[in-house]
Design a protein around this ligand. Structure first.
Ligand code: ADP
Ligand code: MG
Length: 306
């Protein structure tokens, strides 16, 4: 049966350099094309950590005007989308599937009163010495923090996504049979001020943003593709246990027991639980990129539902 699926791609789907990315997306396109070939409507979301970092560093040389961080995010969406949409187009055409693929510059509303803004924690861009960091902070107002003994870096907040601005565009394209790449890097964070959307220097977690998008477009599945085939309890320990089918209630219990690493697996679990909770029949699946197609058939991965 045809399902509406939001697929969130992790760092392993894109790599770290333009060459690596262009090569990797050819592999990434295959499991996504499998889902499309199976008859599903697929929307693609992705991370942008290394890419937006690279763009931000490039614009910190002093030789060109400093590029604001939301603009760096917009650039990363275009750069990643360019590679991804072409790789997917090619993979689909090679299977005789003629479906348009497009990337949308996507903005995600955050709340200006989100408590995350009071304590920015997400390091971005290059490393500075203490003296340089103080100089940059004085010039720009950036918040600089010491990063694990490696020097000083700018930190920005990681607020929760509230709303995806372009959701109607995404829906219209899905209805038309098109494949959409959206909420890249969690979306460009914007604050609503009347009719104005103002970009803010922040990083929205791509797993949370994908979950909000999935809810807004009434998806059946949120599939988070990462480097592991399943979510584990006691991950990396002697008594490690891989999870197959889990209820929201059980997953919430496991969260409180601290099984999921903050910053990596925890946001995936939180996003999955929130999506699964938002409606009966909605399923979140966490699995590896390679196993996406068998995951959705119920053969592998961790499935979370009410
Ligand atoms: P992505 O780029 O896909 O978001 P992350 O590195 O942020 O990837 O998160 C996925 C990683 O989380 C896995 O590769 C794994 O090493 C780690 N991880 C932490 N806790 C768990 C857990 N309980 N079960 C499985 N993987 C976990
Ligand atoms: Mg991650």
């Amino acid at each position: 049966m045809k399902k509406r699926i939001v697929v969130a791609l992790g760092g392993n789907a894109l790599g770290n350099t333009p060459e690596e990315q262009q090569e990797l997306v050819r592999q990434t396109a295959k499991p996504i094309a499998d889902l499309i070939e199976d008859g599903h409507d697929v929307v693609i979301a992705h991370g942008n950590g290394p890419q937006v970092g690279m763009i931000n560093v490039a614009f910190s040389s002093g030789q060109v005007p400093r590029m604001p961080f939301p603009e760096c995010g917009a650039m990363s969406q275009g750069y990643i989308g360019f590679h991804l949409q072409n790789a997917l187009r090619e993979e689909l055409l090679s299977r005789g599937i003629d479906r348009p693929v497009a990337t949308i510059v996507t903005q995600v509303v955050v709340d200006k009163n989100d408590p995350a803004f009071e304590d920015p924690t997400k390091p971005i861009g290059k490393f500075f010495s203490k003296e340089e960091a103080e100089k940059v902070a004085a010039e720009t107002g950036y918040v600089m923090k010491e990063d694990a003994g490696r020097g000083y870096r700018r930190v920005v907040a990681s607020p929760k996504p509230v709303e995806v601005i372009e959701n109607k565009t995404v829906e219209a394209l899905i209805k038309d049979g098109q494949i959409v790449i959206t909420v890249g890097g969690g979306g460009i964070p914007v604050i609503k001020d009347g009719n104005t959307l103002e970009g803010v220097a922040a990083v929205i977690d791509k797993d949370f943003a994908s979950g909000v998008l999935a809810e807004m477009i009434n998806a059946d599945f949120l599939i988070i593709l990462t480097a592991v085939e399943k979510i584990a309890l006691n991950y990396g320990k002697q008594n490690e246990t891989w999870l197959d089918q889990v209820s929201v209630a059980d997953m919430e219990q496991y969260m409180t027991e601290g099984h999921f690493a903050p910053g990596s697996m925890l946001p995936k679990v939180e996003a999955s639980v929130a999506f699964a909770k938002s409606g009966k029949g909605r399923v979140a699946l966490v699995t590896s990129l390679e196993r996406a197609s068998s995951g959705i058939k119920g053969e592998t991965g961790t499935h979370i539902s009410l």
